[in-house]
Design a protein around this ligand. Structure first.
Ligand code: NAD
Length: 293
């Protein structure tokens, strides 16, 4: 069992740290927000009053923070306070450039590093069933794997530094585009007098099938567990989908990739958020196509 420092104990980090405690690790936590630090303490995490205090004796440090700038600030503090050879894992979803910069900072401090963003949302974080997409050296991945197994069920080594973030934003760009496509198809079906169930029965078992229809159907009925049956309570909030689509477009611009549908999906989600829907599940965008928002 390892001594782990966990930085960022919000909606995702809180339950992830709690699962590391359940797996038998000694976990010290830090967050800028006092209420989430208190909640983590109730789940067995030892609270620290400062980031340097949280990490000073850690064998492994995990960060789960909102954006690249938060990660770079936190890693600057962390790398000044840990011993050489310590492994630092970033599980946040951030831009590939900041992720690679964080890896370089760790290398300069003679520490091991891994980017390991997750898929599975807050439900997966609580249940310990997240998928981790990892980028970094074989040595860092081998050391991280048993720790990540305490928080997830599938751990994929995608390649070198930043490869985990690259996999995450490519996957979520597919998701944003496919959800828009599925929503458009249901709205067209409504106009043509085709029932939701009939479209679902055909498309979910033929060439239109994808996660956005088979598992996360954006209309109530066909998939009883999808957020459409629960007033579009997230789930995966539209604001987070917009964040990931924007990251994909920044990466496309920087790398020269052509992603016209990704760009369109980003614009549609930007409009949806502007109309006040950032906190709703991302599948609620179907209402914008019905012009009801
Ligand atoms: P959140 O806002 O609930 O939690 C982030 C926490 O980081 C907050 O509690 C904040 O106080 C803390 N924080 C910010 N800067 C800090 C610093 N310098 N030191 C210590 N604490 C600091 O966000 P979340 O939903 O837990 O998401 C975290 C990351 O996971 C994001 O990058 C997000 O894109 C990604 N993600 C979220 C989901 C989801 O469904 N919520 C799913 C997959 C990935």
């Amino acid at each position: 069992m390892a001594r782990i420092a966990f930085i960022g104990l919000g909606n995702m980090g809180g339950p992830m740290a709690a699962n590391l405690v359940k797996a038998g690790h000694e976990v010290t936590g830090f967050d800028l927000a006092a209420p989430v630090l208190k909640a983590a303490e109730e789940n067995g995490v030892t609270p620290a009053s400062h980031i340097s205090q949280a990490v000073k004796d850690a064998e492994i440090v995990v960060t789960m923070l909102p954006q690249g700038r938060h990660v770079l600030t936190a890693w600057t503090d962390i790398l000044q306070s840990i011993a050489q050879g310590t492994l630092v894992i970033d599980c946040s979803t951030i831009d590939v450039e900041s992720s690679r910069k964080a890896h370089e900072m760790a290398k300069a401090a003679s520490c091991l590093s891994l980017d390991a963003p997750v898929s599975g949302g807050t439900g997966g974080a609580s249940a310990g069933t997240l998928t981790f997409m990892a980028g970094g050296s074989q040595e860092a991945f081998a050391k991280a794997k048993p720790i990540l197994e305490g928080m997830g069920k599938k751990i994929v080594h995608c390649g070198e530094a930043g490869a985990g973030q690259a996999a995450k934003i490519c996957n979520n760009m597919i998701l944003g585009i496919s959800m828009v496509g599925v929503c458009e198809a249901f709205v067209l079906a409504e106009k043509l007098g085709l029932s939701h169930q009939a479209l679902f029965d055909v498309a979910s078992t033929s060439s239109g099938q994808c996660w956005s229809i088979n598992t996360y159907c954006p209309v109530p009925g066909p998939v009883p567990t999808s957020p459409a049956n629960n007033g579009y309570k997230p789930g995966f909030a539209a604001a987070l989908m917009l964040k990931d689509l924007r990251l994909s477009q920044e990466a496309a611009l920087a790398s020269g990739a052509s992603t016209p549908l990704g760009a369109e999906a980003a614009q549609l989600y930007a409009l949806f958020e502007k109309l006040g829907n950032g906190g709703r599940d991302f599948s609620a965008i179907i209402e914008m196509f019905r012009e009801k928002v």
